[in-house]
Design a protein around this ligand. Sequence first.
Ligand code: ATP
Ligand code: MG
Length: 226
Amino acid sequence: MPLSRCLEVRDVSHRYRHDQPLVLNGVSLRIEEGVAVALMGPSGSGKTTLLSILGMLTIPTAGTVLLDGQPPLRARGRTRLRAELFSWVFQGVNVLPRRSAVDNAALGLLARGMRYSQSMGTALAALEVVGLHGLADRRIDTLSGGEVQRVCIARALATRPRYILADEPTGQLDRANTAVAIDALVGRRPRGTAVVIATHDPFVAGHCDVVVQLVDGTPTVDSRLP
Ligand SMILES: Nc1ncnc2c1ncn2[C@@H]1O[C@H](COP(=O)(O)OP(=O)(O)OP(=O)(O)O)[C@@H](O)[C@H]1O
Ligand SMILES: [Mg+2]
């Protein structure tokens, strides 16, 4: 029987330095296709760390990461796999400040080898989803913090990845724009995109299928899935 597509961490623990305590302690979590997961927990509870392990940027101190039931590839193969599978919305916004909103929204497409002229239509459509169509030609350094945050969400949406890993993607947004951003992120579920969102906002978590609470490096899972 073929395995369903899923990303899984099994009994993962992590510490950044040997003389520091565990940040994550025996975390097991399965991200099924097309599901929206909220990662909650106090500041310092390990949300960003867990996202980084799921996205294969950080190798955990102990435990395993499995993609479709298999350990992911090593070294160079892993870098390519990462680029194919994941789009990120980072906690600290990372953009090219002197380029336009649409150029920034297209960055993920260009990194995946799409021609610039071809990328523009897709990037514009993604900006429209987050309500920024009218600002497509504006330089990033002339936009507000919340507008830049939405450009980052558009950039993640444009590539239609299998997983979107979003680290506090609505931290700088008001309620109305938070709703727009979350609808855009979870709206990709029918296409099979799974989204994992680290957030402090119960409103955001309320739009997800599964809520994982991290406390002292250990998760409790509240699933609203049928
Ligand atoms: N590169 C690092 N080196 C050492 N310690 C780190 C590093 N990154 C994170 N930590 C520590 O690991 C713990 C978990 O950090 P993490 O960023 O995962 O928390 P978080 O839940 O995302 O917090 P926040 O809500 O503030 O973003 C914190 O105590 C933090 O200080
Ligand atoms: Mg964090």
